[in-house]
Design a protein around this ligand. Sequence first.
Ligand SMILES: O=P(O)(O)OC[C@H]1O[C@](O)(CO)[C@@H](O)[C@@H]1O
Ligand SMILES: [Fe+2]
Length: 215
Amino acid sequence: MKWPEPCSFDVDLGTGLMTGTQTRYQKRLEDLDGLYADSTAFRARVATSGQDVVYDVTDHRPSSAPGDLITGVTRMSPGKIGDEYFMTRGHIHANIDRPELYFGLKGNGLMVMEAPDGETRIVEIRANTVCYVPPRWIHRSVNLGNGDFVMLFCYPADSGQDYAIIEKSNGMKLRILDDGNGGWRSVENPAYIARSRADVDALLASAGRVEGVAP
Ligand SMILES: O=P(O)(O)OC[C@H]1O[C@](O)(CO)[C@@H](O)[C@@H]1O
Ligand SMILES: [Fe+2]
């Protein structure tokens, strides 16, 4: 194997992109069907602005070898669907025992986390906040601000992303809404389906057994 080259990248805080690497991940509003509670408000917005890029990710993936790191930047647009703030799709790492580190660069928002057994945590992030997402936690970012929310992230190169876990439970347990006073509140998602004990045990037992996960 050829060893990856040392390298550095600049982050353009104007565009929210890490320069010198290609965009790997871009989400338009129309790609996010089913994410938001208010499907009527979602459809209305998609009719006018479905093509808008609501978040994009530029990252550096030197390899997918265990022990290597993927480093990049996520830029999220501001906005709400109904009274629910814009968010990323969210996922758990396919290799469930892989963590992730985030560092706030611009704007403000939240990291919403959920353990397989349904425990939840919310961490506020603004410029210069470090947020550690431990192994095994589903994670999703939320933009609470009026402008872009930009974060650097870094995670093991063999993590992979599993999006189905959120779909199977009809969304994450918590939704983040405008509190009407310029702030936020979290509410329980009434459609949420808790994972069974057997599902949780199977998930946790899968640690270290997922191989060759394509990033
Ligand atoms: O993959 P999602 O849930 O759409 O969200 C994108 C964010 O998650 C990552 O996959 C990192 O785990 C980055 O690409 C970005 O921070
Ligand atoms: Fe992740």
